[in-house]
Design a protein around this ligand. Structure first.
Ligand SMILES: Cc1cc2nc3c(=O)[nH]c(=O)nc-3n(C[C@H](O)[C@H](O)[C@H](O)COP(=O)(O)OP(=O)(O)OC[C@H]3O[C@@H](n4cnc5c(N)ncnc54)[C@H](O)[C@@H]3O)c2cc1C
Length: 419
């Protein structure tokens, strides 16, 4: 018997449990898998750190700044900008404020015109002057429509924004709400995109450090819940006056019957080991030619050397969606595309893993995000949190966990929780 059972040890569940435990609440986290992290997991394979799908921490996330010790995570930043593959060559599109010379020299190069690049700088300046709350409360359209309204050319949208934002939202159609676009664009400009030295799972591991030893029970799937607690697969019953469902959106919908299951954004990540990096710098590469299958690529070991053993490089290639081919077929298609980018060196790369992630993010088109910051309390004794209740991101998951903890304690979560 606990005061509170939290279902799920992803970021939302951990943040919720941690807040409650700090206030002296007796909390039990029940997790289906064998470790903390949910969608933030890192596997170690032959000395390489493989995140289960490429992702980054934006250091400007307010809740991450509040809850995490960045120093101990050993965060390593990406270059503020990207290399865009367009017209058979790479063009560097740099952040105009942080790398003004590189940005200026990229002005005439494609994709997009000089005017497009100046529009990027204008948008960046405008968003810098708005608060995060203003950005998240602005009228919303789809991202594609917002880019059109900003005056960006089709070439700039297809050659830069589609692979860049599509890679963040896992949404090549850019139907994602313009609020999320502005939010992410602003945060990218305010801080770094970074990787922890020990892989992305270091983030939930750090959050779990503050929980009592036995607070998380692993390999325990909650099959159903009711007013007195939860029942695990296999029939065991755990009792608690309060249950917080911190599972992913579809599972939260199944368990509670009171929240809508979000549509899924899917991705596939292919990892290769190489003797040397094809890039030699910590930069993201975007497919501005729309040929695919790879949408974006990076060399995590150029960002954080601990991602690969000494004398080796780790290459991460991301595909939007789930390809129908088997892993060998996916590998062959990826190699063919990347041979066009980097030449014959690609042939000696060794495939390490293919991760297919059918539910990576909840889709957040305008109709869905209009109701973001959804209440944590569903009914007496039942609460819900997770990225599907907020912005679909590390930030959204973390802050929704804190909001749920505040709701359990019956207190107002305060204005800082509105981010
Ligand atoms: C490939 C990929 C790339 C991403 N890129 C980024 C990025 O670059 N930046 C960013 O900010 N965000 C990114 N995200 C999103 C971010 O990782 C998620 O928004 C966040 O991790 C979600 O956390 P959560 O706690 O809401 O859900 P989850 O991480 O899904 O946690 C839910 C937990 O509940 C457990 N669970 C589910 N059902 C049950 C049950 N019945 N019983 C017991 N336990 C259960 C699950 O095992 C899981 O551990 C990405 C996600 C993916 C997958």
């Amino acid at each position: 018997m606990s005061d509170v059972i939290v279902v799920g040890a992803g970021l939302a569940g951990l943040c919720c449990a941690r807040e409650l435990a700090t206030e002296g609440v007796d909390v039990q986290v029940v997790e289906r898998s064998d470790a903390v992290g949910g969608r933030l997991r890192t596997d170690e394979v032959d000395g390489f750190l493989l995140d289960r799908g490429f992702q980054v921490l934006l250091t400007a996330y307010p809740e991450a700044q509040r809850a995490l010790d960045y120093e101990r995570l050993g965060l390593r930043p990406f270059y503020a900008g990207a290399l865009v593959r367009h017209g058979g060559r790479f063009t560097r599109l740099a952040d105009p404020l942080r790398h003004p010379f590189a940005a200026a020299s990229g002005l005439p190069a494609g994709p997009g015109s000089v005017l497009d690049k100046l529009r990027v700088a204008r948008l960046r300046r405008r968003l810098a002057g708005a608060s995060l709350n203003e950005v998240l409360e602005a009228p919303q359209v789809t991202t594609a429509e917002a880019l059109r309204l900003e005056g960006f050319s089709r070439e700039m949208v297809d050659g830069f924004f589609r692979p860049y934002l599509g890679g963040i939202f896992l949404d090549p159609t850019l139907e994602t709400s313009s609020r999320l676009f502005a939010y992410v664009f602003k945060l990218f400009a305010q801080g770094d995109a970074a990787l922890p030295a020990a892989g992305m799972q270091a983030i939930p591991r750090q959050l779990a450090e503050n929980l009592p030893e036995a607070a998380v029970r692993f390999s325990a799937t909650v099959e159903s819940l009711d007013r007195g607690g939860v029942t695990l697969a296999g029939g065991e019953r755990l009792e608690a006056g309060t249950v917080v469902v911190a599972a992913d959106g579809p599972e939260a919908a199944r368990l509670t019957g009171a929240v809508e299951a979000p549509a899924a954004r899917a991705t596939t990540c292919v990892y290769f080991a190489a003797e040397r990096s094809p890039l030699g710098e910590p930069i993201l590469v975007l497919d501005g030619e729309g040929r695919g299958p790879v949408n974006d690529l990076c060399v995590p070991s150029d960002v954080a050397p601990s991602y690969a053993p000494p004398g080796a490089a780790l290459i991460s290639a991301s595909i939007l969606g789930i390809p129908s081919e088997d892993d060998d077929g996916v590998e062959a298609a990826v190699r063919e595309q990347l041979r066009g980018w980097f030449g014959a060196q690609v042939d000696v790369w060794r495939r390490l893993a293919v991760y297919r992630i059918p539910f990576a993010l909840p889709a957040q088109p305008p109709a869905v995000l209009a109701t973001a910051q959804r209440p944590a309390r569903l009914r007496a004794g039942l609460f819900v949190c997770g990225d599907h209740r907020d912005t679909a991101s590390i930030q959204g998951a973390m802050v929704s966990g804190r909001r749920a903890a505040a709701a359990v304690r019956g207190i107002d979560s305060g204005p800082s929780c509105a981010l």
